[in-house]
Design a protein around this ligand. Structure first.
Ligand code: ZN
Length: 250
């Protein structure tokens, strides 16, 4: 049985660690120390490091982990990295024997231009593209690129578990409720999320079905979101652009 655990790092990052039979893979290790501590505590060998994009809070621990473990790193071909890695592009399939895992690479530009996501076996590791009830900031890409990337993710099976790289869900839900006040699914999610966070538990993974029901950035076609966006037209890219800008100042 494959186990997936969040290794907390910095203020609100999650480094997702997948393990089975003593072998592990990590996604976006911004810091090596908490990963090494977890590997040691659970008696795991690290075999692979998956990187979604080039921001330091996602790659800061890679170099040290490569030196301290047998792990190989995988990172987007369209970005520059200071450590040895196998470049990945859309459509690549990564097959690991231990832990037994098969993941496909999706290119999801927007937060950064080379950003990738890894998906397979009912899981999605989306870095800073999709968040619980939110999405990443547009540091490098255009709103249209990010909108298209998010739409690509919505084509995955609805029961796909969504493993985001930050714990931003509570604040995102407040913003979502400012756009769709009284939306029942949102209120239910806010209640469930608050209960988890009050116990110090992660609000993640989420599911694609839950994001489709509550994430305003996947709901740019909904009348309530269109109206709240103030967009002059109901064009979903215009609506997305407007609410992404609103979220920047929320
Ligand atoms: Zn980032």
């Amino acid at each position: 049985m494959l186990e997936i655990i969040p290794v907390p790092a910095f203020k609100d990052n999650y480094i997702w660690l997948l393990h089975q039979h003593g072998h592990a893979v990590v996604v976006d290790p911004g810091d090596a120390q908490p990963v090494l501590e977890t590997l040691s505590a659970l008696g795991l060998q690290l075999n692979a490091i998956l990187v979604t994009h080039h921001h330091m809070d996602h790659i800061g621990g890679v170099e040290e982990l490569i030196h301290a473990t047998p792990a190989r790193a995988f990172a987007p071909e369209k970005e520059q990295y200071p450590f040895p890695h196998q470049p990945v592009v859309a459509g690549d399939r990564l097959d690991f024997a231990e832990p037994a895992l098969s993941l496909s690479v999706l290119e999801v530009p927007g937060h950064t231009l080379g950003h990738v996501a890894y998906c397979g076996s009912g899981m999605l590791f989306c870095g800073d593209t999709l968040f619980g009830a939110g999405c990443g900031r547009l540091f490098e890409g255009t709103p249209e690129q990010m909108y298209t990337s998010l739409q690509q993710l919505t084509e995955l099976p609805a029961d796909t578990k969504v493993y985001c790289a930050h714990e931003y869900t509570e604040h995102n839900l407040e913003f979502a409720l400012s756009l769709e006040p009284g939306h029942v699914a949102l209120l239910a999610r806010q209640q469930a999320t608050s209960a988890l966070r009050a116990k110090g538990l992660p609000s993640l993974p989420s599911s694609l079905a839950l994001e489709l029901a509550t994430n305003p950035f996947l709901r740019c076609h909904e009348p309530g979101v269109i109206a709240a966006s103030g967009s002059a037209t109901p064009d979903p890219v215009n609506v997305f652009t407007a609410i992404r800008e609103m979220r920047n100042h929320f």
